[in-house]
Design a protein around this ligand. Sequence first.
Ligand code: AMP
Ligand code: GLY
Length: 424
Amino acid sequence: MKVLVIGSGGREHAIVRKLAESPLVDEIICAPGNGGISSQAVCVNVKATDIENMKKLARDEEVDFCVVTPDDPLALGMVDELEAIGVPCFGPDREAARIEASKSFSKGLMSKYNIPTADYEIFSEADEALAYIKERNTYPIVLKADGLALGKGVLIIQNEEEAVKAVQQVMVDKTFGDAGNEVVIEEFMTGPEVSVLAFTDSNVICPMVSSMDHKRANDNDEGLNTGGMGTIAPSPFYTKEIADECMQKIFLPTMEAMKEEGRPFKGCLYFGLMLTPKGPRVVEYNCRFGDPETQVVLPLLKTDLFEIMQAVRYETLGDLDIEWEDGAAACVIEASGGYPGSYTKGYPIKGLDAEGQCEGVTVYHAGTKKENDTYYTNGGRVLGITATGKDLKEALHNAYEGVKTVSFENMHYRTDIGKKAGNV
Ligand code: AMP
Ligand code: GLY
């Protein structure tokens, strides 16, 4: 089988490496890919959102299957367009991708089907939004841009002054563009956050090993929000009892709700959960694999990923028994100094072999490019140094050993990945 993977981050590298292990996969093309992915796949420079050229690539290369990974091509209907020219895809169609593309849609879905989440109101007028926050007068309160905003459209408001600024920024100045035409204003929740990715063919839902992201740029959860500075799997907070409760109250009801709404979801459904004192609640849905959650989840997957992806596409997921390793995994992101603000690109990376790897760890490339056999930094998040171990402590130790040997100028990483999980 010839498989096309769309995307260019560490998440896509993890998917490509896992697919390369499958005896069913003969060749992988990745568009646009990156320096590290080019060791396992032929990288073709077509933008992930360029539907017409992606269709041309799929046709010219006669690909047998396509994995659409990032949120924006999914929201644009990349799966609908490729399926229409006869390319079977892993990933939700445009109607189903709305679960991530519109927060007002996803909040409405949860409300209609009694899926536990923060209480909320939706506004499309700035003065009404502000009046509501003032009247409620309970802080912190959370304001979310309705649309896709590169993970930055969530503002936690501490007082009235910040409320004025936040509403102005999102709804009037349109910092996140049209994503801010509507906003969700919701109750602030507390508790450990857990990410659960799940394979679903719209009839059956199979949660993967749980994981924990670290979104802030600096140690002790300080600094700006980023795409994610590191992950661990599984999350020690996500017990068997909580998992059972989530299956009954959140996962199955969400799958059924999407079907009921005429938007059956097929692909990877990501549940961003908060384990609040009142029980698990949904913080957000994503219509895709998380980044960098995928980098710690897939190394623990024993079953053939390509077989699972086909089962999702052909709605035979119920026939598969998906198996996981018992151990743990940890991923530490090496980022360009300055990220998520401005940073310099183009530094050579030291400590990588010809394949872009380093002994003892798996190096997932995010923002890298390869020129004359040297890897250079080419983005904010550059590498995800990932290791497995018999337990979390060992996995973290191994990952940080890798961090010592792979480096570049102005590198920044968090030294406390996994600490919140305790005992490490
Ligand atoms: P999101 O993009 O919706 O995942 O939000 C980004 C981050 O904001 C989450 O990972 C949480 O840490 C935080 N957040 C979002 N919604 C809430 C909420 N209702 N209460 C507390 N924190 C929240
Ligand atoms: N790591 C969070 C996300 O992928 O949205």
